[in-house]
Design a protein around this ligand. Structure first.
Ligand code: ADP
Length: 460
């Protein structure tokens, strides 16, 4: 079965609750009124019985009693009377009742205290009060009755009125409820339409916030914030793709150019070797770029899961520093391991190596000889701290906040020989973030730069 929409659900719930309330209310009114009416009838019967009782007690013989009763009660408007002797002989009955006697209960049920009952005769229903009392010449069974025709008529009219107005009221109220639900949910429909229209190319659109104070307004604002974040990440993605394409184009153009020039005329083996060397260098750049891009996109997509293994940081640091000695020497930069506290933590050693290689690579790359690059690995209250400092060219304060962005290079010319694409630090940041740590740079132009990585400690 197709699921009902909120509008219908609200309306049906509302209708159901209203139907129950209306039914309970109608039944309560109906039965209370009936009870009150019957009470009034019984009261009237009581008063009439008192009159009959009075006549019977003051009569001295049956004949006068019969005369008095006939005079007083035979033509009574609202009430009927029937008086019988214990042997069943009728002593008095008013003419209206003459042809339809009130049923006489068995002897045992007759008593000196008055009792009420409702009696059904062929001609309709009667309310009867009955009592046995002493007459002038023996006991008399007195019954005073009142026809319930008017009462039954009023009751059924009331019931009919409820049966007619109830469903009608319900229908009008449910119609109104549906209309109100429609009105209340109209903003949702508009939001759905706008949201439907928003595509990758139209992420600058926002949902209309009609009333920021209500639930739908809050929903629209939340969705707008979400679209804002989507717009931002989409723009970042577009920039990233454009930058990546641009970076790939340069080495590819160089390769094509070299190859075309080389092929134009015959060359000596030494010249071919030089061309091939150039091609190899560009291919290496492309490979490293492709590898960096792949790494970043895997990291973004959450495809790279960090391992959690015991890492002896002092061993890892001295291994990487040792491996970079040759690079530093070639550049004429002194690389020193200034401090290396022995420590074990649970982390991903491959990722940690990658961070340290990148930072050292930069420190050497951006430090003119005879500069110095130094590494410190210490334990602090915040966790394991790794510092890579250099006495290089430094970074101007306005660039510092951006150096961790993808493809951000302060001056492509100054790193041209190092052939960096501006991804090294963004990779460092992505790794450190995925390990739950922090990375930051402090730099003074002309004096040098210090990168500091702090990882929270999960001791192995
Ligand atoms: P690249 O591959 O170009 O080195 P990075 O992301 O590693 O890219 O660094 C971004 C930019 O930050 C570099 O272009 C460089 O200008 C600057 N930078 C990074 N490390 C240092 C450093 N140790 N000293 C001075 N500048 C640095």
């Amino acid at each position: 079965m197709k699921r009902l929409g909120i509008r219908w659900k609200l309306t049906l719930w509302y209708g159901g609750v209203l139907a129950v309330v209306l039914t309970v209310f109608s039944l309560a009114v109906y039965f209370t009124l009936r009870h009150q009416l019957l009470g009034r009838i019984d009261q009237g019967l009581d008063e009439e019985l008192a009159d009959v009782r009075y006549e019977i007690t003051r009569a001295t013989d049956a004949k006068t009693l019969h005369e008095w009763l006939t005079r007083r009660f035979a033509g009574h408007e609202g009430f009927d009377f029937q008086i019988t002797r214990p042997d069943g002989e009728r002593f008095f009955i008013n003419p209206r009742l003459a042809d339809r006697e009130l049923p006489i209960p068995p002897q045992a049920a007759q008593s000196g205290t008055a009792a009420y009952e409702s009696v059904s005769l062929a001609a309709g229903r009667w309310r009867v009060i009955r009592v046995v009392m002493q007459g002038p010449d023996g006991p008399l069974f007195v019954q005073v009755a009142r026809s319930l025709a008017a009462f039954d008529h009023e009751s059924s009219e009331l019931l009919l009125a409820f049966l007619l107005t109830g469903p009608l009221t319900l229908l009008v109220a449910v119609g109104g409820g549906y209309f109100l639900a429609r009105r209340a949910l109209a903003p949702v429909q508009r939001m759905t339409q706008t949201a439907d229209d928003i595509s990758a190319e139209r992420l600058n659109q926002r949902l209309e916030v009609e009333n920021a104070g209500d639930e739908l307004g809050a929903l629209a604002e939340t969705l707008n914030r979400m679209i804002g974040r989507l717009e931002q990440s989409f723009a970042e993605m577009q920039r990233f793709t454009a930058d990546a394409a641009h970076e790939l184009r340069t080495p590819l153009a160089v390769i094509r150019n070299e190859a075309e020039v080389a092929l134009r005329s015959p060359r000596s083996p030494a010249e071919y070797a030089r061309v091939l060397e150039n091609l190899l260098e560009e291919t290496n750049r492309l490979t490293s770029l492709a590898e960096q891009l792949l790494f970043l996109s895997r990291q973004d997509a959450g495809l790279h899961e960090n391992t959690q293994e015991p890492v002896a940081t002092h061993e890892l640091v001295s291994e990487v520093v040792g491996n970079m000695q040759l690079v530093a020497q070639e550049k004429g930069v002194m690389l020193v391991l200034q401090e290396n506290q022995p420590f074990q933590l649970a982390s991903d050693p491959r990722q940690l190596r990658r961070v340290l290689y990148n930072l050292l690579d930069n420190a050497i790359k951006y430090t003119p000889p005879p500069g110095r690059a130094s590494v410190r690995s210490t334990i602090t209250s915040a966790g394991w701290a790794l510092e890579v400092a250099d006495t290089g060219m430094g970074i101007a304060p306005e660039h510092v906040p951006h150096i961790f962005e993808r493809f951000y290079r302060i001056d492509p010319a100054r790193s041209a020989n190092g052939a960096g694409a501006g991804l090294g630090l963004s990779i460092c940041r992505a790794i450190v973030k995925s390990l739950g740590g922090q990375i930051r740079a402090d730099s003074t132009v002309g004096k040098g730069t210090t990168f500091r990585v702090v990882l929270p400690v999960h001791e192995a």
